[in-house]
Each structure stands twice: as C-alpha cells, then as structure tokens.
Design a protein around this ligand. Structure first.
Ligand code: NAP
Length: 294
C-alpha cells in the first residue's frame, strides 16, 4: 500500500476542537483513505471557542467534504448548521458534519458508535435491561438517548452534581419515555440499585489519564458476574473501574471501540459507502495498533 499522495483533486476532511492535538481521528481516517485508495486527507484544526462561527464559515467557503466536531464545540456548532438529524437534535450535540453542495448536515455518531461496539463486544442488546449511567455530561446524554431508543427498561443516572443528573433524567422522561430516575453520588440506595441492574456505563472522565488511580464509584461490593461494565474512557484501556469489575468476573469493555465506530460511521456518511465486515475487522485491528504505538 502506498502512502498518502496530495494532488490538485484531493478532498479535505478534518476535525475541529480545542484541544485537538491528542485526537486519534486523523490516524484512523487517513489510514482508511490510503487503504481504500480514496483521494482525501483528514487534518486537525484547533479552533478556539470564540472562533467557531468564523471556522464554520471558512470550512464552508473552502468546500471541505465534511468534518468532525469535538470538545468544546459539539453543542454550539448546531446553530451554524443547515440541517441536523433527529437523533443529534435529541442528543443536543453534533460530532459529524457533511457538506453537500454548500449545505451543512449535522449528525451524532457517538451514540451509534457506542451501541455498535456494545453489541459487538457483549452480543447483547439493551431491550428490557436495567441500566446505570454514571455521569450526566455530553457523552452521557448521547448514550442515554441511544440506550432508551434501543428499548432499555429502566435508567438510573448517577452524577456528582445531582442537579445535572436530574436535568438529564427529566429530559429523557419528557422527550422519550418515562423510564429514568437520578441519584447523587452519595445516595445510600445506589449500591442495591447497581446490584439489581444488568449494565453499568461510565461516561465521566474520572479515571482518565493522568488520574488513572481514580474511579467514579467505590465499587466494593457492587459488582457481580452478571454485570456488564462499559467505560467510555480509552486512555488507559483498562481503567481502575474496569480493573475492579474484571476482578469480580464482570464482562468489561473500554471506550476504544466506541471511538473507532463513531469514526467509521462518519467516514461512511461522508463517502456514501458501507464498509464490509472484513474491512471493519481489518480497520479495527490496525486502529488498535495505531493507538497503542502512537
Ligand atoms: P462533560 O460533558 O464535561 O461531562 C463530564 C462528566 O464527568 C460529568 O458528569 C461530570 O460530573 C463528571 N466528572 C468530571 N470530573 C469529575 C470528578 N472529579 N468527579 C466526579 N465526576 C466528575 O464531558 P463528556 O464530553 O461527556 O466526556 C466525558 C468522558 O467521555 C471524557 O473522558 C471523554 O474523553 C470520554 N468520551 C469518550 C468517547 C469515546 O468515543 N470513547 C466519546 C466521547 C467522550 P459533574 O456534572 O458533577 O461535573
């Protein structure tokens, strides 16, 4: 396979965020373009909060094919787009924009990416399940919306700031289905509720590098073999939370697959293609190697 060759016809993709230097997305997308022999290059654009409007105008004027959006722009970008998918609207966040003849379409592939990885890794669905979501930020909202749309029976949102957990829970009950409740971190009921649920998802940044010795919950006595514990953090690959869950015999999954599949779905949208199962397997294997060595 030859390397990336930029020509007069090369199309541009990118990611806007601040910071953006840590992003693994350029590695993933450029690898796919080279592998598939698609004449596209994907570049990082560091865009400060107060430059978002100018950046979107610029990307539109430069006629880029599309771009990803990361922290802190996932919510604010919506106001500058022409159309936003129903799911992204519900999630209140866009992470993927496609430019079709100057019309900017916004999508959210985080929820889709999470769900695909969850199903691939566990072989299970959310239908009829009791789920505890730890966290009430942007990722929590995207994942909670997706999990409820997938038919989860009951959702408990557990967050350090109880008001934010309440706001997310109320939002779900009003917009989607009356299936959600909330708890603050210190709530005594939580231990029993976690024992009764089937799936626990950490959407907080607690345990992420460099604070790898922290865990969002003190999991002593919480986990049993019947639990699935999914931590959307991917740096480190095995967080303190996953380590504790693994020791109790739970099925554990880290956030690398979510990151991978949100990127795959974005690439498919930009190019109107659907990758085969074999291609996806190969890309994921390569992506893991890239992440470990980068
Ligand atoms: P966010 O909107 O800022 O939300 C952060 C969440 O973490 C909030 O619930 C916050 O609680 C909680 N939190 C932060 N510091 C805490 C602490 N010291 N103690 C207890 N809770 C704390 O961020 P986000 O966009 O949802 O992202 C959250 C994490 O998900 C990040 O680590 C991000 O890298 C990861 N992520 C991974 C993927 C993937 O593809 N794998 C995709 C998106 C995000 P409060 O409300 O109390 O502040």
């Amino acid at each position: 396979m030859e390397g990336l060759m930029i020509t007069g016809k090369t199309k541009i993709l990118g990611i806007i965020g601040d910071p953006v230097e840590h992003s693994k997305s350029p590695l993933l997308h450029n690898f796919i373009s080279v592998f598939k022999n698609i004449d596209m290059v994907y570049v990082p654009f560091r865009v400060e909060k107060n430059n978002l409007s100018a950046a979107i105008n610029g990307l539109r004027a430069l006629n880029v094919i599309g771009f990803n959006v990361t922290v802190p722009h996932k919510n604010n970008v919506i106001q500058y787009l022409d159309k936003v998918s129903e799911e992204a609207e519900l999630m209140g966040a866009v992470n993927t924009v496609k430019n079709v003849d100057g019309v900017l379409y916004g999508y959210n592939t985080d929820g889709e990416g999470f769900l695909r990885d969850f199903k691939e890794e566990t072989g299970q669905s959310f239908k009829g399940k009791k789920v505890v979501i730890i966290g009430a930020g942007g990722a929590a909202r995207a994942i909670t919306v997706k999990v409820v749309l997938e038919g989860a029976q009951n959702i408990i949102i557990l967050n350090r700031t109880e008001d934010k957990a309440k706001a997310l829970s109320d939002y779900i009950n009003e917009k989607l289905r009356n299936c959600s409740c909330y708890r603050g971190m210190g709530n005594n009921e939580v231990k029993n509720e976690i024992k009764e649920c089937e799936i626990i998802i950490n959407t907080t940044s607690v345990g992420m590098h460099p604070e790898i010795d922290k865990s969002p919950i003190n999991s002593d006595g919480f986990f049993t073999e019947r639990h699935i514990v999914y931590d959307i953090i991917y740096n480190p690959l095995k967080t303190k939370l996953l380590e504790a869950a693994e020791a109790k015999g739970c099925k554990t999954v880290n956030g690398l697959g979510m990151l991978f599949y949100q990127g795959i779905y974005a690439y498919e949208k930009w190019n109107d293609i659907v990758f085969s199962k074999d291609e996806i397997e190969l890309f994921f294997k390569r992506f893991k190697e890239i992440v470990i060595t980068s």
